[in-house]
Design a protein around this ligand. Structure first.
Ligand code: SF4
Ligand code: SF4
Ligand code: SF4
Ligand code: SF4
Ligand code: SF4
Ligand code: SF4
Length: 684
């Protein structure tokens, strides 16, 4: 504790003793800023602000010549701190910290005044007001810059291992890339097999390759990769730590079946599940198969799908009646353990990639389309299984009501997407236009004379060769009707469906009788996304998708350092974009591991020991478990900060009744100086 105490005293001395000399740099950002505010007036004002010894403007301060102006001024004017009035710190704070450092100052003696996002962009119709606001922002930033202290980022070692959560196409790609980069990778999947949603698909657009043909070799590669430890039927239970040192507790869910390796470890020589399947026919319990969208039965002991990796049966203990018939059928392999329990295991990793996938929106919530009311209304994933050779009908498309081949099929696009009613989702699900075109092609190919009717609002064929695919489907005879479907009703005798819509091209109402309707349902975050993201401290958007650190500058990063995001869990995207993002996430996740250490922002809380009463109230408040109470020299307790865990959120600093917490870079004198500068003005 003695160290911290002297450090805090020293810091406070620096903050109060130094005579500040601040340089202000106002950016034009082309016309983004200069097109609205009076830059010259702002510069003249800045020169009058206490402690400012230099003020200049430049067209693009973030450019190389712009940065040179900062470094030159620091040297020439002997500055003690810099203020750049420009855009958001999220965009260029690191740039200007570097420039400040190159000028010879500690990089944390820099403050940014946001006069673009919080200024000219929102007040473009009030140039005079925006100019005054920019002056205020600069005055406030100068007040803080005058009290800034030298800070040193903390360096921590990074564990040479990574974790990927979710083993769909995104997770598998990320895991393979990490493993191929020589990094031990734990691939965690909640289901009994890897493969994700893609393993449920028949073909992929626009190339129409068989989904399993592309996926299976990748699944096999994952299963065989030396550096990948495959942890199927596992869930993340708890997460502690920070970038470089995440301690992740995993729950191995009881699957009731021993793999060969597990059997060997238990001394069952030559035993363990070999996937022979002898147990399945004898099991008396029959449940709907979720992989087949409930359209095929499954036993209580089952294989997830025919191409599973790893090849291992699973018992669904929620439905198993423990009759023991499977144990007898398994015989000498002794693979079945009906008393198996969940097991917890801790692993340490340096970085994490979240690839949590998606679920289908429950389109039955849109009552007007009759899903789950009328037999012949299906969603698009159900259609995938119905036309897939390995699906419940061996690839023969039939009407669920009577097993007849449909001749008129309506596809309802944007089913639950682009919906501001509060029931559906306001966003575009991005890949349903294209897979509906693919479905239209597939049924034309399978059923001679069939007519697909596609009800659409717009066709979003934005990817490579997508527009060409759209033309192709038009040429093949699909009928496109522009208009949102208002209602679908069933003829109770024929079980045919009447689709009511407005053709907005011809400006007339439509009542179209069809044999079957396919709803291109919206996608939404997978059920456990919220729980998992909270464990890793990752934020989400309003719709529940994981939030990237910056949509353009850091699309694979998240709000938690060391945790990256890949695939649809970050927002709807098709397979090529998913794989590209997975490669990006894997690359980003491998960088700290290869460097072997990371620097943490030095915005830590520090305890002013002589003020701390050791009440311990702050300890429970810290959302990152960074605080603890330790014994004090001479008796009593005192608070201690684990700096590597502290995220500088300020919760403890704002709370401590004794004012015993010093928030580096957001210290009380600095914040008070900002408030004073705002309220009291402060021109010389
Ligand atoms: Fe634009 Fe920011 Fe660069 Fe200035 S520093 S030119 S405001 S992006
Ligand atoms: Fe596995 Fe035994 Fe079932 Fe064969 S009978 S699939 S070895 S559990
Ligand atoms: Fe099926 Fe369970 Fe009986 Fe095995 S013990 S046969 S899994 S019901
Ligand atoms: Fe609608 Fe097409 Fe967007 Fe899907 S991708 S929500 S069908 S516009
Ligand atoms: Fe010390 Fe303040 Fe924390 Fe109480 S709340 S233990 S006084 S730092
Ligand atoms: Fe915890 Fe936030 Fe205080 Fe750091 S600043 S110790 S993260 S409460």
């Amino acid at each position: 504790m003695a160290d911290t105490k002297s450090k805090v005293k020293e810091t406070k001395a620096k903050v109060t003793d130094q005579k500040p000399r601040i340089g202000v740099f106002v950016c034009h950002c082309g016309t983004n800023i200069a097109g609205v505010v009076d830059v010259k007036a702002i510069i003249e004002y800045a020169k009058t602000v206490p402690n400012v010894v230099h003020a200049e403007d430049y067209q693009y301060v973030c450019s190389t010549p712009g940065q040179k102006k900062i470094t030159d001024a620091i040297k020439e004017k002997n500055l003690t701190g810099t203020v750049v009035a420009a855009c958001s710190p999220r965009l260029h704070e690191p740039t200007f910290r570097r420039a400040t450092k190159e000028g010879g100052l500690n990089p944390f003696r820099f403050e940014m005044a946001n006069i673009r996002e919080q200024g000219t962009w929102v007040h473009m119709h009030d140039p005079a007001g925006a100019t005054e606001k920019a002056k205020d922002a600069i005055r406030i930033a100068v007040a803080k810059a005058s009290l800034l202290e030298d800070l040193t980022p903390k360096s921590v070692a990074v564990e040479h291992a990574a974790m990927v959560v979710g083993a769909g196409i995104a997770g598998m790609q990320a895991a393979l890339d990490l493993a191929n980069a020589g990094i031990k990778t734990y691939l965690v999947e909640k289901l009994p097999s890897i493969g994700g949603r893609m393993s449920q698909l028949d073909k992929t657009f626009p190339t129409l390759d068989c989904s399993q043909c592309i996926l299976t070799p990748k699944m096999v590669d994952v299963g065989r990769a030396e550096n990948i430890e495959l942890l199927t039927y596992h869930e993340v239970d708890a997460v502690e730590g920070f970038i470089g040192n995440f301690d992740v507790t995993l729950r191995k869910k009881a699957n009731g079946v021993l793999s060969m390796a597990e059997a060997e470890a238990k001394g069952i020589s030559g035993g363990g599940c070999n996937g022979c399947g002898d147990c399945e026919p004898v099991c008396p319990v029959i449940k709907p198969n979720p992989f087949e969208m409930g359209m095929k039965p499954r036993k209580a002991i089952y294989i997830y799908h025919p191409q599973v990796v790893p090849l291992l049966y699973t018992i669904d203990f929620d439905s198993c009646i423990k009759c023991g018939l499977c144990v007898t059928a398994c015989g000498e392999k002794k693979a079945i353990d009906l008393e198996m329990k969940d097991e917890l295991r801790k692993v340490k990793v340096g970085t994490v990639v979240l690839a949590l996938g998606y679920d289908m929106f429950p389109v039955e919530n849109k009552r007007e389309w009759g899903y789950k009311q009328f037999d012949n209304v299906v969603n698009s994933l159900e259609l995938e299984r119905l036309i897939c050779a390995s699906g419940p009908t061996a690839g023969h498309l039939i009407r669920p009501s009577d097993g007849q081949t449909p001749k008129r099929v309506a596809f309802v696009l944007c089913a639950g997407s682009r919906d501001n009613t509060g029931i559906g989702k306001p966003y575009c699900s991005r890949f349903c236009c294209m897979y509906s075109l693919k479905h239209a092609h597939q049924i034309i190919e399978k059923i001679p004379g069939v007519i697909p009717y596609i009800f659409y609002m717009d066709i979003r064929s934005f990817g490579k060769m997508y527009e060409e695919f759209y033309y192709r489907i038009q040429d093949e005879g699909a009928k496109f009707i522009r208009g949102r479907v208002a209602n679908i009703l069933e003829d109770p005798v024929t079980k045919n469906l009447h689709v009511y819509a407005e053709d907005t091209m011809l400006n007339r109402p439509i009542d179209l009788e069809v044999d079957m309707v396919v709803l291109a349902a919206a996608v939404q975050p997978a059920a456990d996304t919220d729980r998992t993201r909270k464990l890793f401290g990752v934020s989400c958007s309003q719709d529940g998708w994981l939030l990237e650190a910056h949509p353009k500058l850091n699309p694979c990063g998240t709000t938690t350092a060391g945790v990256f995001v890949a695939g649809v869990c970050q927002g709807p995207k098709d397979i090529p974009d998913t794989v590209a993002q997975a490669e990006g996430a894997a690359s980003a996740a491998s960088i700290p591991i290869h460097i072997g250490k990371v620097e943490l922002e030095p915005y830590f809380a520090q305890c002013i020991e002589e003020k701390c009463a050791g009440c311990g109230m702050c300890v429970n408040l810290c959302p990152y478990s960074a605080l603890s109470l330790v014994d004090k020299e001479g008796g009593g307790k005192v608070m201690q900060v684990t700096e590597a865990k502290c995220k500088g959120c300020g919760t403890c600093g704002g709370f401590c009744p004794g004012g015993a917490i010093w928030m580096q870079h957001f210290a009380t004198p600095q914040v008070i100086a900002q408030i004073d500068a705002f309220l009291l003005g402060g021109a010389k």
